[in-house]
Design a protein around this ligand. Structure first.
Ligand SMILES: NC(=O)C1=CN([C@@H]2O[C@H](COP(=O)(O)OP(=O)(O)OC[C@H]3O[C@@H](n4cnc5c(N)ncnc54)[C@H](O)[C@@H]3O)[C@@H](O)[C@H]2O)[C@H](O)CC1
Ligand SMILES: [K+]
Length: 478
């Protein structure tokens, strides 16, 4: 499953058409495939009215209606402005051939199929269309929108100025980029992708699912020693934020690292019993035992550090050849130039990302622009629908879950990514797997009548649910 902009969708359609595929043939597939979905979603419903515009989006709605009629649904059409495209006229003829009649009585419908506007919509709604959309919304009937709820901008997810409030949106072929944004949620309802056989697109963001995650998990090696199992150095926490360090380390330990080290300001820092402390003064003056420093396989810097040691951290980051993960306070405004050729993951949230990368466009565009400019850096842009990418490989972990929005949740995540990096996963794979596991824990917990209310619950559940591999293996909802 992929998320595409409207211009990329047009591009993919044109590619098919240049090979001889036709809009009419695609529309027939839309009709058949969306009817299968509809029958699942509305098992007992009998009266369906398709409210149609003039274009091919209306054609999709009519193609669905045709298939529903064949399955015994009571169907009628409301198409106040007639059909403007050949494909739409054909679908209408097919509907007529089955005896589907016209109506203007929308009130008697049990379900409305909305085919007013799809990706052919631009600018702001015309007055008459806006009026109709509001009338339909006011009926308070379940609405199935074909491709896009009419009135919604498919790239930004914004209503122009209003949009259909659908119960279901049957997104044809791909998810629209606008569906990643919060403002679209109250209009789209549940978004279902109707697969009509597009090959993988050239552009776009891939939705990362449990089946993708399953293929990436490495087999355990029972003969590996503790350093090979992962050995992570963490530089995090401060007197002001002592908990950040613990959360990073516990996250890493419960991902299964064999060894963990922590740079500490004073020997009284409370560490997990497995973690080996390294005095900050020794680290900065380069006086740590070589036998110890040889054991590091990856370094995590940043959570809760405050702005101390900036000069040294930058110097260390520039010199080291170890895989790095930089989060929070290690994301200095000018850090990107120092790390652009390194094996590195950065994990900013929106605010931190703005600090290190200035660009006025929306979240997804900024994410893509950064990857293009810095193709070596793996970027994890945290938030609902976390974006993860490196160069041309761009992913969305499609989970928005407010149980993840708790203090320290990001610290746990950085520890989890650091752990996988230190076991030899490449930067992108480590990030994808850790972000995915972290994001699905609250839902898996709810399914077992448990609840994540604090970030240490994420750590406990990571262990209690059998470790990250088992959590991925048992995930069946995404
Ligand atoms: N292209 C394909 O082969 C396939 C497309 N599918 C479906 O078709 C729509 C896109 O269809 P298109 O005919 O290009 O446009 P629309 O039906 O979305 O709308 C065109 C229609 O809307 C009017 N319009 C434009 N802007 C406004 C506005 N601001 N206010 C009011 N009305 C507006 C315009 O005048 C036209 O009359 C796509 O979404 C799919 O649903 C199939 O899925 C498969 C193949
Ligand atoms: K629509």
């Amino acid at each position: 499953m992929f998320v595409l902009s409207s211009s990329d969708i047009r591009f993919e359609e044109e590619k098919l058409f240049s090979m001889g595929q036709t809009p009419l043939a695609l529309m027939s597939i839309v009709g058949a495939m969306s009817a299968l979905k509809f029958i699942e979603d509305f098992k007992n419903v009998c009266k369906v009215v398709a409210v149609c515009g003039k274009g091919n989006n209306a054609g999709d709605a009519l193609a669905l209606l045709y298939n529903l009629k064949l399955k015994g649904y009571d169907c009628s059409i409301y198409q106040p402005w007639g059909a403007a495209t050949e494909e739409c006229r054909v679908q209408r003829e097919l509907c007529r051939s089955l005896g589907i009649e016209e109506t203007s009585d929308l009130k008697s419908a049990d379900v409305i199929v909305e085919g007013l506007l799809g990706v052919g919509f631009y600018g702001n709604l015309r007055e008459e269309t806006l009026k109709l959309i509001r009338e339909i919304n006011n009926l308070n009937k379940p609405i199935v929108s074909m491709d896009i709820p009419a009135g919604l901008n498919s790239d930004t997810g914004e209503p122009q100025p209003d949009a259909i409030r659908a119960a279901y949106t049957y997104s044809i072929g791909f998810l629209k980029r606008g569906y990643l944004f919060r403002q679209s949620y109250e209009y789209t309802g549940k978004v279902i992708v109707i697969d009509i056989g597009f090959p993988p697109p050239e552009n776009g963001l891939k939705i990362f699912t449990s089946s993708d995650a399953k293929t990436l998990i490495k087999k355990k090696d029972d003969f590996s020693h503790k350093v090979e199992k992962g050995s992570l150095l963490v530089w995090a926490g401060s007197k002001q934020y002592p908990g950040a360090l613990r959360l990073c380390l516990e996250g890493a330990l419960n991902m299964g690292v064999g060894m963990s080290f922590s740079i500490v300001e004073d020997e009284f820092s409370i560490l997990p019993p497995e973690t080996i402390p390294i005095a900050e003064r020794d680290f900065i003056s380069n006086e740590i035992d070589e036998k110890i420093s040889k054991k590091f396989r990856a370094v995590l810097i940043g959570p809760g550090l405050t702005n101390k040691r900036e000069t040294f951290i930058k110097e260390f980051v520039s010199k080291t050849s170890l895989p790095l993960i930089l989060d929070a306070d290690a994301l200095f405004p000018d850090i990107v130039d120092l790390i652009k050729d390194k094996e590195v993951v950065i994990t900013p949230h929106e605010g931190e990302f703005r600090r290190i990368y200035k660009n006025d466009s929306d979240r997804v565009e900024r994410f893509e622009a950064f990857l293009e400019q810095f193709p070596n850096i793996t970027l994890v842009l945290k938030g609902p629908n976390t974006l993860v990418g490196k160069g041309s490989q761009k992913y969305v972990v499609p989970i928005a879950d407010c149980d993840l929005a708790v203090a320290g949740s990001g610290d746990v995540l950085s520890g989890m990514i650091g752990a996988l990096l230190s076991t030899g996963y490449d930067t992108l794979t480590a990030s994808l797997l850790a972000v995915f596991v972290h994001a699905i824990i609250p839902e898996i917990a709810r399914q077992k009548n448990m609840r994540v209310t604090r970030s240490s619950d994420l750590i406990k559940l990571l262990k209690a649910l059998g470790g990250f591999e088992n959590i991925i293996e048992s995930c069946d909802f995404i």
